[in-house]
Design a protein around this ligand. Structure first.
Ligand code: IPM
Ligand code: MG
Length: 376
């Protein structure tokens, strides 16, 4: 067994968050603990309340101790955010989503969302198998800028008594440059193609985006193939002919929309992991948050039927990006593939007539396959 225990210890913070986050994250914890116990991965795993659960206990969506733990962690394993219960909170504490605060303050600009159509899940998609078979793309989404964060934004009262709600879509040179570099660098490890997605036919900050991406490509990544596409067309192409994409590079808002759209290629949004990374610091580390791209699913929360695989595969991305153990990520992905290959399904990926298992039984199955991976 390769020992990793001589490496520096990394602190992982589990934030189950809201809704099904509370059900899927215990399974992620079991998987992380397995790697600690059985593969000597040098991690310390903590956990903190967050969101509605934290409000109920501390009267604070993000208590100071949680915020400190977030800032101290090498990686955050995040479950989900969102709940109808937010509408019942006093207006003063109903700030924009606290997850956005984490993304912004840790400068998690670099969001990687891999989308793969697994052969054994082709039948779980609403799209025809011959359209989606073999799809393998990476969406690189800018995550700490754009219309999500730019100022000015707000709701104001006009002289005529009407109100006006507004946001600003803005990007600086350096913000586009760094996410473009990320996409080109990722492409070099794949099929070497980047499709940059914008609405430069309408939005001025999109014209700017395209200019910067084009320049970074010319100056630094001439070996990578670059194309451009409008976001509306991209949404259509994702369901029309998804195999055409290798790396999609896009801004915060389009990345949000297009990754949900692309999720249908995988059969269920419950399958998709993501990594959100900050800039490399002087000590060689970077802030990181790993989360499934699905939401809190209030409609099924509390029933123990949610698919934990997107969250488990997000921990896989942590093995690669924070812990620098790509072979261990491969071990986990292979275990998940064998579980799916054996026909084990949560409800979201079960085909008509196929039986489905609970969240924790899916966790059991992944652990069983991990254990099996150690046998010769
Ligand atoms: C995502 C989510 C978030 C976003 C929400 C929960 C704030 O939809 O990560 O895709 O809009 O970015
Ligand atoms: Mg989204």
């Amino acid at each position: 067994m390769t020992s990793t225990s001589d490496t520096l210890q990394h602190t992982l913070l589990v934030l189950p968050g809201d809704g099904i986050g509370l059900e899927i994250m215990p399974q992620v914890r079991r998987v992380a603990e397995w790697f600690r116990e059985r593969r000597a991965v040098n991690i310390q795993i903590g956990e903190a309340l967050w969101g509605i659960a934290s409000w109920k206990q501390h009267g604070d969506l993000m208590p100071p101790q949680t915020w400190q733990a977030i800032q101290a962690a090498d990686a955050i394993l995040f479950g989900a955010t969102g709940s109808p219960e937010y509408d019942t909170l006093p207006v003063a504490v109903r700030r924009p989503d606290q997850l956005l605060r984490i993304r912004r303050e840790l400068d998690l600009y670099n969001n990687l969302r891999p989308v793969n159509a697994r052969d054994m899940l082709l039948g779980a998609s609403t799209l025809r198998p011959e359209i989606i078979r073999g799809t393998d793309m990476m969406i690189v989404r800018e995550l700490s800028g754009g219309i999500y964060f730019s100022e000015p934004q707000g709701i104001e009262t006009l002289a005529n008594g009407e109100q006006r709600g507004f946001n600003t879509s803005a990007y600086t040179t350096s913000a586009v440059e760094r996410i473009a570099r990320s996409a080109f660098t990722v492409a070099r490890t794949r099929r070497n193609q980047v499709c940059s997605v914008d609405k430069s036919n309408v939005i001025i900050s999109g014209v700017f985006w395209r200019d910067i991406v084009t320049r970074v490509h010319r100056e630094e990544f001439g070996d990578v193939q670059l194309s451009h596409m409008y976001a509306d067309n991209c949404a259509m192409q994702l369901v029309r002919a998804p195999r055409q994409f290798d790396v999609i590079l896009t801004d915060n808002l389009f990345g949000d929309l297009l990754s949900d759209c692309a999720a249908m290629v995988t059969g269920s949004i419950g399958m998709l992991p993501s990594a959100s990374l900050g800039p490399l610091r002087a000590d060689g580390r970077r802030s990181a948050l790993y989360e499934p791209i699905h939401g809190s699913a209030p409609d099924i929360a509390g029933r123990g039927i949610a698919n934990p695989l997107g969250a488990i595969l997000s921990f896989g991305m942590c093995l690669q990006h924070t812990l620098a153990l790509p072979e261990e990520e491969q071990r986990l992905v292979a275990a998940v593939d064998r579980v799916l290959g054996a026909g084990i399904r949560t409800a979201d990926i079960a085909e008509a007539g196929q039986p489905s298992v609970s969240t924790s039984v899916m966790g059991d199955a992944v652990l069983r396959e991990l254990e099996r991976s150690l046998r010769p």
